[in-house]
Design a protein. Structure first.
Lengths: 342, 326
């Protein structure tokens, strides 16, 4: 992707710069007020790739939210094994009898081999599960990263040193390996070893594990930013006027950090989607009866040589989502921080 | 340089120490008795006690960790297995093989996978990035940028199966991924790993193309590059000698991180292609509650990451003399 033309963004940059320095924007051209947010929105709207990818991402979130409604209108659910009621759907080897994975006007995306579930609703609910987990993990990661990063940067001294070392260690952890090793431990905290692990517990464990290893890079970034901001005049002025540390952190520092936080979060979310699916693929995340992107790919892997169609739906939809989200992330970065280079 | 190495290596040792301790603590965070698992059907209390003693798990967790540490540096005596030489990582709870030996058996595959893929993605990624920077704004640039954007959105567990389906099952162009030691039969080694290399490369190349392009574009607009050109140096000379040297830093960093991660076990890649490397060993050891094996793999994986961090910083100083190692 080519960044938006610098010439177009150049006049805006000047106002943007002054906005950062003083809370009231200089209105040297026209009387219309231009908050940084509005400027970013204006820049974003001009970016065609960004708008298209935002629509695609929005589409995914809408179908994830509306999955039960869509399934109701469509008249099927992801759990029923339709082949057990109607054996003619699968052939003698338990593969879909119809061509292209059994796609028909009745089963839009075909039928799952062996168990004979409906692929369309399974994918729909799968997107719902995966996106739900990824969004929750992103929010938790951002929260942890913000709190720890700002605290370390603002307090400095021993706290900063200690947090810095923890981040160093966390970043040297082989992450996939620790996700795998950590999951049984979190399950063990809540249920006895021989009991079945409920689905909500799997989801919560995944969120905890993803966030537990994800906050380090955001915290490191924010810590660096806070170190710079801490010495700026406006923070000093706030201190002199007797503002509490709480006020300084929330009202003075945090508003200046939203840009890196939003940019990092848009990078984080697709990474969590793929990580969550990867864990399900390895058999340590969500498991079979729960519809999930990764579970579908793992199922698909079992019979990819016989029925590749089943693999294509979760795979391609995930590629589309991640691609759109990455593009959106780039556009958001260009809009919020036009001077950044890719 | 020596001071830098001593400082960084000792720092790395501390990190590895902490990581192994965390792994140990994690393992015992849920109550479990590895002796029960290897005891089998007709298990008597005496049997159980004997197994605990043989495995060296009849002591407190702290003592177990201490003995494990001593074993790594000085070797240790096992009641059930006899003396275990210096880099002693213990014996697997699951199949009672020595951990060190098992890891050494599996390592060549993982190394072949990592370095083979690295050669492919470095050449293609950096090459494409340079071309894109050279033809800035032209069709080639846009093409390379779009392809790399698509590549960075792909996942091994999807592309791997699609590639296996089309290239192996349907067309029969490549052979089913397998591992033959390089020393045994180089041709078979290459043909068996070609598909995993290519698939890994597709995914990793994207980052290098983007990074190389943006770095080169940035460097080409620097004053020193303009000066070099003004002095009348050839375009090629300026491009490779000046701009490329300036652009290399972040690429080396990225490469160090990727290589460390790949050597620590490309778990998903090895699962996708059914290759028995370190990554598979890791997931097996978690599933079988095999602490010594898990510890060994974790220390290896973390060690690779930490080691390459140090190497990257040292190489950085070689590329850019302005950076001093301290």
């Amino acid at each position: 992707m080519t960044p938006p033309t610098p010439s177009a963004a150049a006049p805006l940059e000047v106002t943007d710069e002054s906005v950062v320095k003083s809370p009231t924007p200089t209105t040297n051209q026209g009387s219309e007020s231009r908050s940084p947010g509005r400027l970013a929105w204006k820049r974003f709207k001009r970016d065609r790739a960004g708008v298209i990818s935002a629509c695609i991402v929005l589409f995914f979130f809408v179908i994830a939210l509306a999955a039960p409604l869509i399934a109701k209108l469509y008249g099927k659910d992801p759990y029923t094994t339709y082949a057990s009621q109607r054996p003619e759907l699968l052939d003698a080897f338990s593969y879909p009898a119809g061509p292209n994975g059994g796609m028909s006007s009745e089963f839009w995306f075909g039928i799952e081999p062996q168990l004979g579930r409906d692929v369309f609703t399974f994918l729909l609910y799968g997107i719902r599960t995966s996106l739900g987990i990824a969004v929750a993990a992103t929010l938790l990661t951002a929260l942890l990263g913000i709190v720890i990063g700002i605290t370390a940067g603002y307090l400095g001294g021993k706290t900063d040193y200690f947090v810095g070392r923890v981040i160093d260690i966390l970043l040297s952890f082989p992450s996939t390996l620790f996700f795998i090793a950590f999951m049984p431990v979190i399950y063990g905290l809540f249920v006895a070893p021989d009991e079945n692990i409920p689905t909500w517990l799997r989801a919560i464990s995944l969120i905890i594990v993803l966030a537990g290893f994800g906050w380090a890079s955001l915290a490191r970034l924010l810590r660096g930013q806070v170190l710079g901001l801490r010495e700026r005049e406006f923070v000093e002025a706030a201190k002199v006027t007797g503002a509490s540390p709480r006020r300084i952190v929330f009202k003075e520092l945090l508003p200046n950090l939203w840009t890196p936080i939003i940019i990092q979060s848009t990078l984080m979310l697709p990474a969590f989607v793929t990580a969550e699916a990867g864990l399900a693929f390895l058999g340590v995340g969500m498991i079979d009866p729960t519809p999930d992107w990764g579970v579908m790919i793992q199922r698909g892997a079992q019979f990819y040589t016989e029925d590749i169609t089943f693999m294509l739906f979760p795979g391609l939809s995930m590629v589309l989502f991640v691609l759109a989200f990455n593009l959106l992330g780039d556009s958001v970065r260009d809009a919020l921080d036009p001077k950044s280079k890719r | 340089m020596l001071r830098f190495l001593v400082r960084r290596v000792s720092g790395a040792m501390v990190i590895l120490l902490i990581i192994s301790a965390v792994t140990f603590w994690l393992f015992y965070a849920i109550p479990r008795d590895p002796a029960m698992m290897s005891c089998g059907k007709n298990c008597t209390p005496e049997n159980l006690e004997q197994i605990r003693k043989n495995l060296g798990i009849d002591e407190s967790i702290l003592m177990q960790y201490w003995h494990w540490l001593v074993g790594v540096f000085a070797g240790r005596d096992y009641a059930g297995y006899g003396y275990c030489d210096a880099p002693c990582l213990g014996y697997s709870f699951a199949n009672r093989e020595p951990v060190f030996g098992t890891i050494m058996d599996r390592l060549p595959l993982t190394l072949s996978l990592a370095f083979g893929a690295a050669v492919v993605f470095l050449i293609i990624g950096v090459g494409a990035g340079m071309l894109a920077a050279l033809k800035q704004g032209k069709f080639l640039d846009k093409f390379a940028s779009s392809v790399s954007l698509l590549g960075s959105s792909l996942q091994i567990y999807f592309v791997g199966y699609i590639a296996m389906f089309f290239l192996v099952s349907e067309l029969g162009v490549l052979s089913q991924p397998s591992y033959t030691p390089l020393t045994e039969n180089p041709a078979a080694w290459m043909s068996g790993l070609l598909l995993p290399w290519l698939v890994l490369a597709i995914i990793f190349t994207a980052n290098y193309t983007r990074m190389t392009r943006s770095q080169m574009v940035e460097q080409l607009s620097e004053d020193y590059v303009r000066t070099a050109r003004a002095k009348g140096l050839s375009k090629r000379n300026v491009f490779f000698r000046f701009a490329w040297r300036g652009a290399m830093g972040p690429i080396v960093t990225l490469f160090g991180i990727d290589l460390g991660v790949l050597i620590g076990g490309a778990i998903i890649t090895e699962t996708t292609f059914s290759l028995q490397g370190i990554g598979r060993l890791a997931i097996q050891s978690v599933n079988q509650s095999d602490l010594p094996m898990l510890l060994g793999v974790t220390v290896l994986a973390a060690g690779a990451i930490v080691l390459f961090n140090i190497v990257v910083d040292a190489v950085y100083a070689l590329i850019d003399p302005r950076i001093r190692l301290a």
